[in-house]
Design a protein around this ligand. Structure first.
Ligand SMILES: [Zn+2]
Ligand SMILES: [Zn+2]
Length: 455
């Protein structure tokens, strides 16, 4: 993939030294303009000063080191150092958008903008629960799912992948209905929400309450290091300590298998009682009982009627289709080279939700079957907005806060950027690939070569 360094990388690096002997000044390649960097009088051993960089493509940004062997001269007045372009620069954002596969990269959200400012800018009707619209989503999902099962039962073998793709997408709609229920935006009757949410999650074997507890944390701590429960980049120090088999598993999960990585998340986060507070555990137990009952009764019934092959055709493949969307939506919403994960001290809710969440357009049939879950920024601004009002809310965001939004239309370049670059947390660059600074990983190398780079 072409890298962001395209602009200015080849520029000669100029260093000015005044009234001193400068023995050694090393600098990595950096795009951009230059500024005078004041160097202090220094007379101990060797010192490296890494200057803070804006966030951009990992393979381009080499940390710029100005190394000074000191003790050999008396004074350093000033040294010129480059200033890399920042996300405040519109032409830089445009170039990054092209580079990463975005239609727009938003300018940084100013620190004085609060989440409440943004919520208050929505028209009140976006928060209105409309029972007809809510139940219409249920009808759409049930009808499209049944139609999908019918297609699977009738399709010749060569058309089965299409039938699975449809059915997997249709069943994702059930997840979105449960998602609305979990956020209390499906109905004014909370018991109905609990029942509908639990039932909607059943065919996916997703325990509703455990997921709800963890998902609430995702909203409260979006892109916060350690705390976000949706997904998280690996921390380098931890990764280095993993045994080789685990490193390989992670490379696969965050590389070629990333579109199914939510299976690991589903398995790891939701089934252990000890992952939940004592006050949550009773509800967790009810949900677990429901999904285990579905497996104990539903699966044998499917196998009894259609055999193991039928279980694969009618349940497993659509379930994998659902996880494809679950993983893809999540990674696109919350992973981009210019969007940082931040520690709690530096985290800001408006920046994380408005400027740190991505809107992505998908083909219309997918958006209809998935009840606009891909319209994700307004959902991160307020979880009280029902799915059928997300488009209206998004229009309002575009009108009032449009310059801060990160937007894309689904494309291969976007996927390639995420799957080959966004792996390991890096404080300066946001992300570095697993093989940054090492021999290219076989797994990632294949991915880099075979994935299309079409925007
Ligand atoms: Zn999210
Ligand atoms: Zn949510």
């Amino acid at each position: 993939m072409a890298r962001v360094a395209g602009f200015g990388l080849e520029k000669a690096f100029s260093v000015e030294c005044f009234s001193h002997r400068l023995n050694e000044v090393n600098s990595g390649s950096r795009p951009g303009q230059y500024a005078l960097l004041k160097m202090p009088l220094y007379n101990s051993k060797r010192r490296s000063t890494g200057t803070a960089l804006p966030k951009f493509s990992s393979s381009v940004n080499r940390k710029s080191n100005v190394s000074v062997v000191s003790g050999m001269w008396r004074t350093i007045s000033a040294v010129a150092a480059p200033i890399a372009p920042t996300l405040n620069d519109p032409s830089y954002r445009e170039k990054l958008a092209e580079e990463y596969g975005f239609t727009q990269i938003g300018e940084p959200v100013p620190p004085n903008v609060t989440l409440k400012n943004v919520i208050d800018s929505f028209p009140p009707e976006v928060f209105e629960i409309d029972n007809v619209k809510a139940w219409r989503t249920v009808v759409i999902s049930v009808v499209s799912y049944v139609a999908g099962l019918f297609m699977i039962s009738k399709a010749p073998w060569y058309l089965l992948p299409l039938a699975w793709a449809w059915t997997g997408t249709a069943i994702t709609g059930f997840f979105v209905i449960g998602h609305d229920c979990a956020h209390k935006s499906f109905s004014n009757n909370k018991l109905i929400e609990d029942i509908v949410g639990t039932l909607a999650f059943l065919p996916l074997i997703y325990p509703y309450e455990p997921w709800r507890f963890k998902h609430d944390r995702h909203h409260a701590k979006t892109n916060m290091l350690v705390e976000d429960t949706a997904w998280h980049p690996v921390v380098k120090e931890e990764y280095d300590e993993f045994p080789p088999y685990l490193q390989l598993a992670l490379k696969l999960a965050m590389g070629p298998l990333r579109c199914w990585a939510s299976i690991g998340h589903w398995l790891g986060w939701h089934f252990q009682l000890s992952n939940f507070r004592p006050s949550e555990q009773n509800r967790v137990k009810i949900s677990l009982a429901c999904v285990f009952a579905f497996m104990a009764i539903g699966w044998p019934l499917i196998i009894y009627k259609t055999g193991i092959v039928g279980w694969v055709k009618f349940w497993l493949m659509p379930w994998l289709g659902y996880h494809f969307w679950m993983s893809t939506f999540t990674m696109v919403h919350h992973t981009a080279p210019h969007i940082p994960f931040k520690d709690v001290k530096n985290w800001n809710s408006a920046q994380a939700q408005l400027g740190g969440t991505v809107h992505c357009d998908y083909p219309r049939w997918i958006e209809v079957l998935c009840h606009d879950i891909s319209v994700h920024i307004p959902h991160h601004i307020s979880q009280k907005i029902p799915s059928y009002n997300l488009r209206l809310a998004n229009e309002s965001l575009r009108k009032n806060w449009g310059q801060y939004l990160n937007e894309a239309r689904w494309n291969w370049r976007l996927m390639k950027t995420i799957m080959t670059d966004c792996h390991v947390y890096d404080e300066e660059k946001n992300y570095v690939p697993f093989d940054e600074g090492q021999k290219e990983s076989k797994v990632l190398g294949i991915l880099r070569r075979v994935m299309p780079n079409t925007p």
